[in-house]
Write a protein that binds this ligand. Structure first.
Ligand code: GDP
Ligand code: MG
Length: 699
């Protein structure tokens, strides 16, 4: 059996989906998280023959079943064409009237359905209750109270669903009994004769002037005839879509919403409203947001923490830096242990080099930043889960609009702080093609998790004491680049204005520890797996290329005569104006930039290999590798050059996976090449400007 979950955005579909299927799909407290449908399996429905397996499909959140937005099309086509055995219509019970609008449409199909009244915990807290018996009687389908977040009522819901799926149901329309009822009836009959499924649903759509897959075109003439016979044209002056919507709303307000009772006489302002009066305040909102973000970066990257020198001499590092230190010590210890083990086994010099200077130096330098990545994502998940992220989009809408972007585009861009790949897929929620292309093109400027090690490494090495500010500055440079290039693109390649942004703000929730843990676990898993597979493999390649010359003879480690040395030096002149290509070792930075085009973790692992100063064997335990790497960076990068190098990595081609993903979203060879060129040009130009400005400022 197949059950589909359908409901408005942010009503809790994915939470229920995860609960039923035991999966860990992304739950976000803002609309538009699920773009494609997702499938999972529910086991353990208490059927008569023991547990049974049910496929569960999580559809994107939609307000209606018209085919106007990509999400609506996905959901509508699934419900109509794939014919699931049952639809679980999830309703946010704190927003009954708006949610029932979709319900009245699903009811018109012939597919069995149950209504799951979600968020009943919130409703209860607000002093409300829904008379489910009465609502069920009026709708003609089972209604069950649940709270997906607290797993309440899930057993009852699934029992009711299994029972309902066994019965036949034929579509019913709230238009029955209105002037349009007769037309619906007649047209549905017409569809029935032609053997089409869901005749009532199709009939209402036909009256609205929307004909989803009716097969024969010959019907439209007959439909117009029926409309004429009944005199609908005169009644509604031809605007049937508005008339149908009106009819739905009036039935909902008259017929259904009275089933909610509020026990407390005056509902007054909810807690969310009161919090919002401060956090989305016209003047205070944005400063609070930026202050909050600043604190987040400070806690993750600062060393020492501000004012901490009052407590301890020299101050104390932020929790993020402290944990990074531990992780660094751990990877170093592992590297030493591996080196020692190889030595006692009598391994050859080059094998030891490969393991210690290649794999451990490269992968270890990437892995040591894991704690800081997790810390930043903990804050981002907290913001997202609590509902503050949605406020950020709301707050940013007005300033962004001036630059040709809307708050709607800001949501996928925010996801870009995590990873560009799913964020680019998230742009499918934008209906305007130009705005979608623009959003994909700006995506890399919203620094993703894989770039974090670069910022953390340079921040700590080049800007001691100010690492938090330096990282914050990188993020600010990214946003500035997005704003400036957006204005330019909107005036040239992608002429047009931002689309209108309408989003309801979800209620604030206390973040759920389990949800946070899942986010962090997924992040950690992804990062560690990448570091130990793709990045490790690529690091080995870099090690070989930096230890062998073109004649395949081993050269001195990391010598300019090695293969990457020769190739890197060829490219140095291209980067000379950007400030970081003036030292004899400059080719190493250039090689790191090029490998960074494949995956951004490669920047750090490449520098880790190429700048690894350990000399053959004896120095194994003498020098702290990370300290030496920092010293090498200081010798090769002035602060201005470091900022310029970071800017290049921030703005250039993000990684191969993101290019593939952008290609999937653009669906045009011309556009993907334009995009790649745009990224490279912006990176070069941005670094050039950053370097000059930083020098003027005395860095
Ligand atoms: P979707 O957009 O419909 O997939 O909704 P999500 O599953 O992503 O949930 C949106 C937000 O509502 C998340 O912050 C959830 O934690 C929260 N949520 C979901 N179900 C409930 C519930 O029953 N009670 C409460 N209080 N919050 C819920
Ligand atoms: Mg969802």
């Amino acid at each position: 059996m197949r059950f589909a979950l359908a409901g408005n955005p942010n009503c809790g579909k994915t939470t229920l989906f995860n609960l039923l299927t035991g999966s860990t799909a992304h739950v976000g407290n803002w609309p538009g998280v699920t773009v494609d449908r997702r499938e999972g399996v529910y086991r353990g429905a208490p059927g008569k023959g023991g547990a049974q397996k049910i496929d569960i499909i999580d559809l994107p959140g939609i307000y209606s079943l018209s085919p106007y937005t990509p999400e609506e099309a996905v959901a509508r086509n699934y419900i109509l064409d794939d014919g699931p055995d049952l639809v679980i219509n999830i309703i946010d019970s704190t927003n009954l009237e708006r949610n029932l609008y979709l319900t009245t449409q699903i009811m018109e199909s012939d597919i069995p359905m149950v209504v799951a009244l979600n968020m009943t915990d919130v409703l209860r807290k607000n002093g409300g209750a829904v008379d489910t018996h009465e609502l069920s009687r009026r709708l003609g389908v089972p209604v069950v109270n649940i709270s997906a977040l607290h797993s309440e009522g899930i057993g009852e819901l699934m029992e009711a669903a299994v029972r309902a799926a066994a019965d036949r149901r034929s579509g019913s329309s709230v238009l029955e009994g209105s002037a349009m009822g007769e037309a619906v009836h007649k047209i549905a009959h017409l569809f029935c004769e032609r053997g089409l499924s869901n005749p009532t649903f199709r009939a209402v759509k036909a009256i609205e002037g929307d004909m989803p897959q009716t097969g024969g075109l010959s019907l439209s003439a007959r439909i117009d005839e029926i409309k004429g016979e009944i005199g609908l044209d005169e009644l509604f002056e031809g605007d049937f879509e508005a008339a149908v919507a009106d009819a739905r709303y009036s039935r909902i307000t008259e017929g259904f919403s009275s089933v909610v009772a509020y026990t407390s006489s005056a509902r007054g302002l909810t807690a969310s409203d009161r919090i919002d009066s401060v956090l989305t305040h016209k003047l205070l909102g944005l400063p609070i947001f930026f202050l909050f973000m600043y604190c987040v970066f400070h806690l993750t990257f600062a060393d020492p923490l501000i004012f901490s020198d009052l407590i301890a001499e020299g101050g104390i590092p932020s929790p993020g830096v402290m944990m990074q230190g531990w992780m660094g010590a751990l990877t170093e210890w592992a590297s030493d242990a591996a080196g020692g083990a190889l030595e006692s086994l009598g391994a050859s010099e080059w094998a030891k080099g490969l393991v210690v200077d290649g794999i451990f130096a490269g992968v270890g330098s990437v892995l040591s930043f894991l704690p800081q990545i997790l810390m930043l994502f903990l804050f981002l998940s907290l913001m997202e889960d609590s509902g503050y992220m949605a406020r950020a989009a709301f707050l940013m809408d007005r300033p962004l609009r001036r630059f040709g972007l809307s708050g709607k585009a800001f949501l996928p861009l925010l996801m870009g702080f995590g990873c560009s790949v799913p964020a680019m897929m998230g742009t499918r929620t934008l209906d305007d093609e130009k705005e979608r292309r623009l959003t994909v093109m700006l995506m890399p400027f919203f620094s993703c998790g894989a770039k974090l090690p670069i910022w953390a490494m340079f921040g700590a090495a080049i800007f001691p004491g100010n690492a938090g500010n330096a990282v914050f500055a990188v993020y600010a440079i990214g946003i500035a680049a997005a704003v400036i290039t957006s204005v330019i693109l909107r005036k040239t390649l992608l002429k047009g204005a931002a689309s209108v942004f309408i989003m309801e703000l979800p209620a604030y929730h206390l973040p759920r520890p389990l949800n946070l843990a899942i986010h962090l676990w997924e992040k950690m898993k992804g990062f560690v797996i990448r570091a130990t597979t793709i990045i490790a493999g690529a690091t080995v390649v870099i090690w070989f290329l930096s230890n062998f010359g073109f004649g395949l003879s081993m050269v001195e480690r990391n010598s300019p005569e090695s293969i990457v040395g020769i190739l890197g030096r060829l490219a140095v002149p291209v980067f000379a104006p950007l400030g970081f290509a003036s030292t004899p070792d400059a080719w190493k930075a250039v090689v790191a930039i090029v490998t960074g085009l494949i995956a951004k973790e490669m920047v750090v692992s490449t520098l880790g290999v190429l700048y690894n100063p350990q000399v053959e064997g004896d120095a194994l335990e003498d020098e702290a590798a990370s300290g030496a790497l920092a010293a090498a960076l200081v010798a090769n990068f002035s602060p201005a050059a470091a900022l310029s190098f970071m800017t290049f990595n921030l703005l250039s081609v993000p990684c191969m996976a993101a290019v593939a993903s952008a290609n999937g979203e653009m669906r045009s060879a011309r556009w993907i090449w334009t995009t790649i060129a745009f990224w490279l040009i912006t990176a070069w130009g941005g670094s050039f400007v950053v370097f000059r400005v930083a020098r003027l400022l005395g860095f």
